[in-house]
Design a protein around this ligand. Structure first.
Ligand SMILES: Nc1ncnc2c1ncn2[C@@H]1O[C@H](COP(=O)(O)OP(=O)(O)OP(=O)(O)O)[C@@H](O)[C@H]1O
Length: 248
């Protein structure tokens, strides 16, 4: 397909088969700028596989993934990152023995690799960006703290910050509040709402209270296909969704 769109992300007819089993089956899915979209669904529905396909970790069998009108299905993972897609996995991959500031610094796009980036001179632009992100992720008072000493929730925020430093136009998060305290969940909800301004955010989540708090649009996946989509209220009332997911 070659039509250009105004969507940040336009997924069309996307399929991936693993030995004949279609984990994602003819999926059509669109994301707009400023949209915070949550994907829910039972275990094995294909949620993580969709994120794997977008970030290039898994190659599709057929179909198209257009990101700002660039076709992603033929690109390698690092090219997709450079195109502006950031993904946070469930386990944080921060450098525990570096400070919060250093973790943010090495994620700044100019510095590639730990050593190169720690030695580059801090110019104003870099430090402004670090402060801006540190505030967003509620760690502005912990810049000198060793990352390993942060709480579980703060580590997750730091990793989100490491992605924000790169200004991704699409940010994808896999179960961002797993293991967080109630307070941290509330703060993460506010954080995600804020960071979806000016970009698109795609979240996989099982915690329905959290989903209700953040989601503008919800898509329910089931057996690699969309079972329902819309706002949270409509999706929660949908008998098909109650049967396969919410009723359990
Ligand atoms: N690389 C792979 N090879 C073979 N099968 C796979 C592969 N990746 C995923 N699958 C299968 O695809 C299906 C969808 O898995 P996926 O992890 O995307 O589901 P999910 O909706 O994220 O589930 P969960 O909520 O448990 O994380 C599962 O049946 C899984 O076993």
């Amino acid at each position: 397909m070659s039509t250009n769109t105004n969507f940040t992300l336009a997924i069309e007819d996307l399929t991936v088969s693993f030995d004949g089993f279609k984990a994602v089956d003819s999926l059509n899915f669109y994301l707009e700028k400023n949209e915070l979209h949550v994907v829910i669904g039972p275990n094995g529905a294909g949620k993580t596989t969709v994120l794997d396909l977008i970030c290039g970790k898994t190659k599709s069998t057929s179909g198209s993934i257009k990101f700002l009108n660039t076709e992603l299905t033929n690109l390698a993972e690092h090219q997709i990152v450079r195109a502006g897609v950031g993904r946070k996995f469930q386990t944080p991959s921060i450098y525990e023995n570096l400070s919060v500031m250093e973790n943010l610094e090495i994620s700044y796009p100019r510095g590639r690799g730990v050593f190169g980036s720690l030695m580059f001179k801090h110019d104003r632009q870099v430090s402004d960006k670090i402060m801006e992100v540190a505030k967003q992720i509620m760690l502005e008072d912990s810049l000198d703290t060793e990352a390993g000493l942060l709480s579980h929730g703060q580590k997750q925020w730091l990793e989100i910050g490491m992605l924000l430093i790169q200004d991704p136009q699409l940010l994808m998060l896999d179960e961002p509040v797993a293991g967080m305290s109630v307070k941290e969940r509330e703060q993460t909800a506010e954080l995600l709402k804020k960071i979806s301004q000016g970009r698109s955010v795609l979240v996989i989540e099982h915690d329905m209270d959290f989903v209700a708090r953040i989601a503008q649009k919800v898509t329910v996946l089931h057996q690699g296909k969309i079972l329902a989509a819309g706002d949270m209220e409509d999706v929660q009332k949908d008998p098909k969704v109650i049967e396969v997911y919410l009723g359990h």
